[in-house]
Design a protein. Structure first.
Length: 77
């Protein structure tokens, strides 16, 4: 189902909305389901930071990483 949707979106909008990104968006919506939290964090963090935070399983560590105002250690390469 996701693969079919990805093909339709790629045909309409071009690259960048593939299966991988759709799964990321789905995971994002599950982990950051509160609008208040999302709006507060979106002022401080980029999509890249959110992507890094999504893969931290421990809620405490993920919350602590988000509170670092964009200087998330897991995103530094």
């Amino acid at each position: 189902m996701v693969a079919v949707l990805a093909k339709q979106l790629e045909a309409e909008y071009g690259r960048g909305v593939g299966v991988k990104n759709l799964y990321r968006v789905l995971r994002f919506s599950v982990l950051f389901d509160s609008e208040e939290v999302f709006y507060a964090l979106s002022r401080q963090l980029s999509w890249t930071h959110f992507r890094c935070l999504m893969y931290i399983d421990d809620l405490f560590k993920r919350t602590r990483g988000a509170s670092r105002r964009g200087l998330v250690a897991c995103c530094i390469r």
